[in-house]
Design a protein around this ligand. Structure first.
Ligand code: DX5
Ligand code: ZN
Length: 227
């Protein structure tokens, strides 16, 4: 069985209590904290910036004091200056949409040089062809299963075929690259998405929309453990 990770998206959390919400999902079993950055330019919505990430850093810890990775998903254009700002603000992973950067290879290098894992994000309509040319510098790949900008949208089924194809590309690379999926993930479809080849699941409304975060994350894990 692959190592599966659940990454709750704070986009659906109570913004007035972000620190507490991060601690609550970590306590409930979150592996990564997914942090959606929107600039009202690349996507038609505005969320939070590097100062909020920095303020959260001290809350992204487990009871034993170990760090929980902050997984920054940049939906911004241009990318480079903000990628650097989030690295400085304590991000552990930073992913961006390749079409939002003029020089994808350079942006990947910049993120890694800043000490973070670098990821590429593919929109539902985006092609993955160019991944081949930079895969040696890619630490994680994120497939959007909704159009970026909002939580609570429905899963787009074509993402499953893209995940299958990316799984083959990643396996052929021989590198251990997490394959993440983001948008419309729920208890009742997570197994299907895992079967397509994803190992890391972002979920916003499915988790924060319920009272008992532990129950939802537990139900997701039970689906993933099913033979
Ligand atoms: C959308 C964001 C997602 C969003 C997912 O642009 O990238 O991370 O929070 O939300 P749900 O899980 O509600 O589809
Ligand atoms: Zn996201």
């Amino acid at each position: 069985m692959p190592t599966y990770r659940i990454a709750p998206s704070l986009l659906s959390a109570d913004f007035a209590r972000l620190g507490e919400e991060a601690r609550a999902v970590i306590e409930a079993g979150a592996d990564w904290i997914h942090f959606d950055v929107m600039d009202n330019h690349y996507v038609p919505n505005l969320s939070f910036g590097p100062m909020v990430c920095q303020a959260l850093r001290k809350h992204a810890v487990r009871a034993d004091g170990s760090k929980v990775p902050i997984d920054v998903h940049l939906m911004v254009q241009p990318v480079d200056a903000l990628a650097q700002a989030f690295a400085d603000a304590g991000a552990d992973l930073i992913s961006f949409h390749p079409e939002a950067s003029l020089h994808v290879d350079r942006t990947l290098q910049l993120i890694r040089a800043a000490g973070c894992k670098a990821g590429l994000v593919y929109n539902p309509g985006a092609s993955i062809d160019a991944l081949e040319w930079v895969i040696d510098k890619v630490d994680h790949v994120l497939v959007m299963s909704v159009n970026p900008g909002f939580g609570g949208q429905s899963f787009i089924d074509a993402a499953l075929r893209k995940i299958e194809r990316l799984r083959r590309v990643i396996d052929a690379s021989g590198r251990d690259i997490p394959l993440q999926v983001d948008g419309g993930i729920k208890v009742d479809n997570i197994r299907r998405v895992a079967d397509a080849g994803a190992d890391t699941f972002v979920a916003g409304s499915a988790i924060f929309g319920q009272k008992d975060y532990r129950q939802v994350i537990g139900a997701m894990r039970a689906e993933l453990a099913r033979a």
